[in-house]
Design a protein around this ligand. Structure first.
Ligand code: SF4
Length: 292
């Protein structure tokens, strides 16, 4: 039996976690910028396979402290199924400190408050959620499937159930047409959510995706490196957060930024201004080293 099926993705902060692939693919799989799971049909892996994989991991990583449930939207699996997986993990790994997964707005909105609380109590404590943009025009264009308000509601529900949230926004997603609205409305939505963690990724046009084709057809105009940094400056300037850990350290980003918001905002803006004013001489990640 294969431990992993097809391409596997995980957040940068889960680099040292055991990755347990409970689902294969993404239950939504329609976002026009995303090529991660385009070759997969979404399935929930049978529990008997998961039991075998957990046994294997138990022998290989008996002291594991962090486990990430892949693929795209593990939370969309039925609550009883997830509950059983969480119980198996807690029994198998006595040193376990954190279980996390990606979560789409749909899976959060589809579960009752009680179900979410039950999963959180059973050890799933951190959810990674892609806001991508807080501007509805952009969300609609990229076929995220939900408005900003709906995503904010889904996040509120998760927070009320006790989950920690790690949110991502994609700089450049509005292109030249909507970069200001994308920055300002994303800052507004993120501020309403006030997540524990916030990450900005930078748009990469992936061959085979609709957005890639739109760019080729002259229907989407990507930002230049400098414009990406200007958008990020506008976004960060308008955030109103209470002790959110912020990272811009994904491999898609031109500039690495780390801090706590809003506390470190002035320092982050200073670095951004220096990069914008001295782009050619600043230590930006070159295009050929960027990846998803
Ligand atoms: S961005 Fe997330 S929700 Fe959208 S298709 Fe990709 S994995 Fe699925």
């Amino acid at each position: 039996m294969d431990i992993y099926l097809g391409n596997l993705f995980r957040p940068p902060s889960e680099a040292y976690s055991v990755i347990l692939q409970v689902t294969n693919g993404c239950s939504h799989n329609k976002c026009t910028f995303c090529g991660m799971y385009k070759d997969k049909r979404f399935v929930i892996r049978p529990l008997r396979e998961i039991k075998e994989i957990i046994n294997f991991f138990q022998r290989k990583f008996p002291y594991a402290e962090k486990i990430f449930l892949a693929d795209g939207d593990a939370l969309s699996a039925p609550t009883e199924y997830l509950q059983e997986v969480l119980t198996l993990l807690k029994d198998a790994f006595p040193n376990l400190k954190q279980i996390s997964s990606y979560a789409g707005p749909k899976s959060l909105l589809n579960k009752t408050d009680e179900e979410l609380k039950q999963l959180q109590n059973s050890g799933l404590t951190l959810l990674y959620l892609g806001l991508e943009s807080g501007f509805d025009v952009v969300l609609k264009k990229v076929q995220k499937g939900y408005t900003a308000n709906e995503i904010v509601s889904a996040c509120d529900k998760a927070k009320k159930a006790g989950f920690k949230l790690s949110l991502t926004v994609i700089t450049g997603l509005g292109g030249k047409e909507y970069w200001q609205e994308h920055a300002l409305e994303s800052a507004k939505a993120v501020s309403l959510i006030n997540p524990e963690y916030l990450a900005t990724l930078t748009l990469m046009l992936v061959p085979g995706t609709k957005l890639f084709q739109d760019a080729l057809d002259g229907l989407f105009f990507p930002l230049t490196t400098r414009e990406i940094l200007q958008e990020l400056r506008l976004f960060i300037s308008n955030l109103n957060l209470n002790h959110t850990v912020y990272r811009s350290n994904h491999a898609s980003n031109y500039l690495i930024l780390k801090g706590t918001l809003n506390e470190d905002r002035d320092q982050l803006l200073k670095i951004l201004n220096e990069a914008i004013n001295n782009e050619g001489f600043f230590n930006l990640r070159p295009e050929y080293l960027r990846r998803l």
